[in-house]
Design a protein around this ligand. Structure first.
Ligand SMILES: [Mg+2]
Length: 223
C-alpha cells in the first residue's frame, strides 16, 4: 500500500521498537524464560517474532506443544525477566519530538501498543508526551493481538479519527495496519531489516523516529 496520506487525520504509533528501544530486551527476557523451562531458543528466532502478541509468540517460536504445556508459565517468566531489565529501556532518538510535531501539525496521535499495561506505563513515563496523546491501547483491550487488526482499529476509534497512518517496526504492524486498511510506515529501530519490512508491504522505511521526523515534511507534502 502506498503512503497516500490524503485525508489522514490520525497517526497510530506502535510502542516497542518504534518509540522505545525495547525489542532486544524483550528478546533477552524471552530467551531467559525459555531457558528456565529447559526449552532453549536462539535469540534470533525470538527476535524474529517480537512484535506479535505474547499470546502468539510461544507457539510461533516453539510450537503448539510448548504453548500448551508451558505457555502461561513462559509469559509469567518473560514478564518477570523483562521487569528486571526495565530500567535499561529508553526512548529511541526523536521519539518524543516526533509525537509533538505530529500533534503540532494538527494530527490526532494514539499509542497503539499490544503490550502489557505496566510496560506501556513505563514507556509513557519515559516519553513524557501524555499531553499530546489522544488515545492509548494495550494488549488487555482486545482479544486478538497483532497481526490481527483489532488494536489499530480500537486506537483509531478511541482517537475519534476516520483515516489512519500506522507507524511501526515489525512485519506484524504492517500486516495489522493493512487490515484497517491504512498505509504503514516502518522504522528499522526494532531490528527488522529494510527488505523484510518492504516485503511485508511497508510503504516507507526509516531508521528511527528521528529519521522519520526529518522526513516528515516530504511525506506530508503529499497530502
Ligand atoms: Mg513493535
Amino acid at each position: 500500500m502506498s503512503a497516500d496520506l490524503n485525508g489522514v487525520d490520525t497517526v497510530l504509533l506502535d510502542v516497542d521498537g518504534t518509540l522505545v528501544d525495547s525489542n532486544y530486551w524483550h528478546t533477552i527476557a524471552w530467551q531467559l524464560a525459555f531457558a528456565g523451562i529447559g526449552e532453549p531458543q536462539s535469540a534470533w528466532r525470538l527476535h524474529d517474532r517480537i512484535g506479535m502478541g505474547g499470546d502468539r509468540l510461544v507457539a510461533a517460536v516453539a510450537g503448539d506443544r510448548v504453548e500448551q504445556e508451558h505457555g502461561d508459565e513462559l509469559r509469567k517468566a518473560w514478564k518477570d525477566r523483562y521487569d528486571d531489565l526495565l530500567d535499561h529501556v529508553q526512548p529511541l532518538p526523536g521519539a518524543a519530538d516526533l509525537i509533538r510535531e505530529l500533534k503540532r501539525r494538527g494530527l490526532a496521535v494514539a499509542l497503539a501498543s499490544s503490550g502489557r499495561p505496566d510496560h506501556l506505563e513505563h514507556a509513557r513515563a519515559r516519553l513524557g508526551v501524555d499531553d499530546c496523546l489522544d488515545a492509548v491501547t494495550t494488549g488487555d483491550d482486545v482479544d486478538s493481538s497483532k497481526p490481527a487488526g483489532d488494536i489499530f482499529a480500537l486506537a483509531l476509534e478511541r482517537a475519534g479519527g476516520d483515516s489512519a497512518l500506522v507507524v511501526g517496526d515489525s512485519p506484524w504492524d504492517v500486516e495489522a495496519g493493512h487490515k484497517l486498511p491504512a498505509p504503514v510506515i516502518t522504522l528499522r529501530s526494532g531490528g527488522f531489516g529494510e527488505s523484510r519490512l518492504r516485503e511485508a508491504g511497508a510503504s516507507e522505511v526509516f531508521d528511527d523516529p528521528a529519521d522519520l521526523l526529518a522526513g516528515l515534511e516530504r511525506l506530508l507534502r503529499r497530502r
